[in-house]
Each structure stands twice: as C-alpha cells, then as structure tokens.
Design a protein around this ligand. Structure first.
Ligand code: VL7
Length: 163
C-alpha cells in the first residue's frame, strides 16, 4: 500500500529555487517575483490517479496524471516547455506511375513525462530539451518534501501540512 500525499501543503523552505529557475531560462523579472511567492500544493491521490495543484498569487500550475503512465506535459506559465513525446518521423515518398504521390510514415515514441513509485517516493522524469530533469516527492514526519532537479541543479522545497 503506497503512502498517501493527499492534502494541502504550504511552502516553508525553498533552497536553491533561484538557480533552478535560472537553469530553466526564466527571465530576471519573473524570477524576482517568483522567489518571494508563497506556494501551496493541493494534492489529490486516488489509487493511481494523482492531481497536483501548485498555487500562488502569481501563477498556478496543475498536473493530473496516472502513476506509471507516460503523458505529454506542457509547463504552461512556468518555463512553457513541451515535455512530450518526441516523434521520430520517417517519411518516404514515392511516385506512382500515374504521377500521384504516395507517402508512407512511421513514428517511434521516444520519451514523455513519467511519474512512478520508488518505494514510498514519487519520482518524475521529464524528458525534453533539458537533461536530467525531474522531481521527487516524499514525506518525512509531518513534512512534504520536493526535490526539483534539472541538469546539475537541485532545488529542495519543504512543505508543512495545512490544518
Ligand atoms: C512547480 C516553478 C519555475 C517559473 C512562476 C512561479 C510560480 C507556482 O512542477 C512542479 O511541481 C510538481 C511536483 O509537485 C508538480 O507539478 C513545480 C513550480 C516550479 C519553476 C518556473 C517561475 C514562475 C510558482 C506555480
């Protein structure tokens, strides 16, 4: 039985958030606003269905997913990247004797965002133009932890449960 992350959680520690935003190419003005924001996570976990809402007075970010299933992620309002399947298209055209052109196309699914369990830790891999991107959620005592990472940068956030 995996642990339940459901609840409302308020940010109380945000280590290295500035560097994490920098590595995602967030502009200076946005970073200046974002660094002072109080963030609240509203998590609903129901079986293998998970909704994580990250709320602030500036922007919100919602993701709904099924644990263990890959999906297309668009980090709208954050760094606005498509972390979605990159499709390698092999196209081949050939001309029929009548002069009409026929095209055959085959696609290979390479990578998408995936959230899965590693013991009691929720691990997300976000494949896209940035290397080594993802996050991990776990609970220690009454605190929710989140590690956001990208390339060689790690941001560590700690949330307390809101009554
Ligand atoms: C989401 C932000 C910096 C842009 C605005 C800051 C608004 C509130 O992906 C995240 O959480 C996962 C795991 O809980 C679930 O989606 C982190 C916040 C990271 C990255 C980008 C700064 C502009 C913050 C939405």
């Amino acid at each position: 039985m995996p642990i339940d992350f459901s609840g409302t959680w308020v940010l109380e520690k945000n280590d290295n958030f500035e560097d994490y935003m920098k590595i995602l190419n967030i502009d200076l003005v946005t970073r200046k606003i974002a660094i002072h924001l109080s963030q609240t996570k509203v998590i609903i976990q129901d079986g293998d269905k998970l909704t994580i809402n990250t709320l602030s007075t500036f922007r919100n970010y919602e993701m709904s997913l099924t644990i263990g299933e890959e999906f297309d992620e668009y980090t709208k309002g954050l760094d606005n990247r498509m972390l979605k399947r990159s499709i390698e298209v092999e196209k081949c055209s050939f001309y029929l004797w009548v002069g009409a052109r026929a095209t055959s196309q085959s696609s290979v699914l390479i990578e998408q965002t995936l959230v899965s369990w590693q013991g009691d830790t929720l691990v997300c891999t976000q494949k896209g133009e940035k290397a080594n991107r993802g996050w991990k959620h776990w609970i220690e005592g009454d605190k929710l932890h989140l590690e956001l990472y990208c390339e060689d940068v790690v941001c560590h956030q700690v949330f307390r449960r809101k009554q």
